[in-house]
Design a protein around this ligand. Sequence first.
Ligand code: SF4
Ligand code: SF4
Length: 355
Amino acid sequence: YLFDKTPLFQDLKLPVRLKIKPPIPFDNYNEIIDLTKQNISPETRFPEPQSPSEILNAIRDKAVFGCGGGGFPASVKIETVLNSSAPDKFFIINAVECDPGLIHDKILLGKYPDKIRMGISLISRIIPFKKIILAVKDNLIDFNTDKNIEIFKSFPFYPAGSERALIKQILNRKIQSKEIPAELGILVLNVQTVLAITEAVIENRKAVTKYITVANFKQKQNTVVRASLGDKVSDIINKVYPDGYPVFYGGGIMLARQADEDSVIDKSTSIIAISDFTSFKESPQCSHCGSCMKYCPEHLEVNRIADSIDRNKITSTHKFAPERCVSCGICSYICPAGRNLMRRVQTAAESLQNA
Ligand code: SF4
Ligand code: SF4
């Protein structure tokens, strides 16, 4: 069970400071391969809705979801911020894409800047924000914003793009694990979600597609594909990189699992990749070096959770709050004993959820 969800580390170079070095350098503009042509009805342009409730209803009716991996209903998140009693409200558009294997957010910023600006404008009509910030990697290609939108260039550490890490960097506010940013008046939406809002409100499109990165790490190639939810992973890889094997898919290079014939694209899928299997040494001895705790962005007592799992004392892991794990994979990457620690922490979190 330790290997069914595994980061694709062999493709990754993370120096000890965990500064991102993508496995494939991003240096040119890629076209998007649209595999959804048969599945999307022709665009129907509706008059732009004027009232905030019309905009919110369209986002709800078209089932726009969080494209950063969460898959939550965007309308619920927006309403939570709207109803928050926080005196100042903030809107962060997340295009940091800190997982080193992903490229699609950057491609979307380059290809659809007008639609993204329109989405930001629509959401701003629902909620009056004190500040709107577009958060990007520090090597952003050109994206001109109007004077109402600030650009924040994030240092490319991993996981800079997690919601809490982003808020800490931009607003210098530490969000506790039990706090929900939206309830504090902070709206964080992935840039693809903002694009989907424009498509829902202005183009009357149901949110049934996702832009994903499709990569062949063995050949150092990558591209962006627009796929429909429910599309088979094997069909997509056969169209883009035929005969590639083995195929992994998931929320990013740091949280991927091997695909089989039945694997399909869902709301959390952000990458499909041909790669090699990661091997874990799984040395029996923990040297108590402390690296797993030091680099865990949630400061979890990772080795204690892992030790309890290995001793079949799953319930005793619950006091270490394994549910706070953000599945970044750093602990598994950094452990000199080669233990797949993330999988153990997730086992603890799943057990807590089912308790
Ligand atoms: S325990 Fe979870 S959050 Fe902490 S480093 Fe491991 S995978 Fe990341
Ligand atoms: S990083 Fe590995 S060896 Fe070091 S304390 Fe954590 S589990 Fe033990």
